[in-house]
Design a protein around this ligand. Structure first.
Ligand code: HEC
Ligand code: HEC
Length: 315
């Protein structure tokens, strides 16, 4: 199946901006991004503990996303809060949230090394990082100014990821779900369950709050039985030559080392996508050369296990 990721309110839905998903790429890790038809612009909404009110149309505004808890983070630079050049240069906080914790369909940026963020923006721009979920970032990276990248990298690198924002649960069956506007997977309105199979299914702890972009509302990653222990063994020992122990480069606690990014406590869906993109060659760049031997012999279940274990760690 070939799916194109449509990633902007307006124009960015092209093969150039986002590679088509290869036949063996699991659809659950690469949600098709849809925009809501007509978000409501009359009913004022709020989230627990916030004194602010926004309509859903305001909540979905790519150049003025909600800031429910302005006292919980340092002042956001203009590019983070309001974006830059229209229509592609949307506010980083729209997808990554003011906390930098992000959503399963985007990425967490909180606490990433500033130099690493900077380099990734260059990789997106150059087309070296062009996995099926990278379309939104390629569009942003092509128009964002150098000063703004520096400001955003500085902002996100100083934030601390929220512990317990990402929870991992081993399961055989999961709630039925669908991919909603913006690419977020939500529980089916009619309820019901289905077999998990060899997938990672990410669902918000509180779907209503997550759709309102409440940064307090985290996610549960349902992973196959025994995958956490299987992932732990691969991470620790490299699985008898199947891969390379991760702490060598990502640090003893997998919280990053120098410019090598942290991998503990981050979204399992995001981590899986990266391992898969690095293996199939859609994510490249000088730093990725070090990751090639790590992923070369992994199959999809190994990647699920690695992502499950890593996401279950404290960030
Ligand atoms: C419309 C949504 C959207 C906006 C706006 C957005 N991003 Fe992203 N960003 C994403 C998605 C989706 C990914 C994950 C890509 C993937 O999985 O391949 C991502 C990934 C990233 C990464 C890679 C993280 C890593 O660990 O390697 C960086 C860095 C990043 N974004 C920075 C930014 C900055 C800085 C801005 C603002 C200038 C921004 N993003 C705006 C959607 C967005
Ligand atoms: C020899 C060094 C090395 C080893 C060993 C290594 N990594 Fe990496 N890894 C890197 C570097 C460097 C990057 C950043 C690549 C870049 O700059 O684009 C990276 C990036 C990643 C990313 C993407 C992170 C992001 O924010 O997008 C993931 C996921 C990852 N590694 C997982 C692992 C896992 C799991 C293991 C162990 C099984 C592992 N790595 C072992 C060097 C290594």
């Amino acid at each position: 199946m070939r799916l194109l990721m449509c990633l902007s309110l307006t124009v960015v839905c092209s093969a150039a901006a986002a590679a088509a998903i290869a036949a063996d790429n699991p659809q659950w890790a690469y949600p098709t991004i849809r925009q809501p038809a007509n978000p409501d612009n009359t009913v004022m909404k709020t989230v627990p503990g916030s004194s602010k009110h926004y309509t859903q149309a305001q909540i979905d505004d790519p150049f003025n996303p909600p800031d429910w808890f302005p006292n919980e983070h340092p002042p956001m630079p203009q590019i983070v809060a309001h974006g830059g050049q229209r229509p592609a240069g949307r506010a980083c906080a729209q997808c990554h949230l003011p906390t930098g914790n992000g959503h399963p369909e985007s990425a967490s940026l909180a606490g990433l090394p500033a130099d690493y963020i900077h380099r990734q923006m260059a990789e997106f721009k150059s087309g070296r990082r062009a996995g099926p979920a990278a379309g939104a970032m390629i569009a942003v990276a092509q128009v964002v100014a150098e000063d703004d990248i520096a400001a955003a990298a500085n902002y996100f690198s100083k934030l601390k990821p929220t512990p317990d924002y990402n929870k991992v649960v081993e399961a055989d069956t999961v709630p039925k779900s669908y991919v909603g506007a913006g690419g977020m997977r939500l529980p089916a309105k009619d309820g019901g369950t289905e077999p998990l199979g060899n997938r990672i299914i990410a669902l918000p702890v509180d779907a209503t709050a997550a759709v309102l972009r409440d940064p307090h509302s985290g996610f549960v990653y349902f992973v196959p039985q025994d995958s956490i222990a299987k992932g732990e063994a691969l991470v620790a020992t490299g699985g008898d030559g199947k891969t390379v122990g991760c702490s060598l480069c990502h640090g003893q606690e997998l919280k990053g080392m120098g410019e090598v990014p942290p991998i503990a406590g981050r979204s399992a869906t995001y981590l899986f996508r990266q391992l898969n993109d690095i293996q199939d060659g859609t994510r490249n760049g000088p730093g990725i050369a070090l990751m090639k031997p790590v992923v070369a012999k992994l199959d999809q279940n190994d990647m699920i296990a690695l992502a499950a274990y890593l996401a279950s760690r404290t960030p």
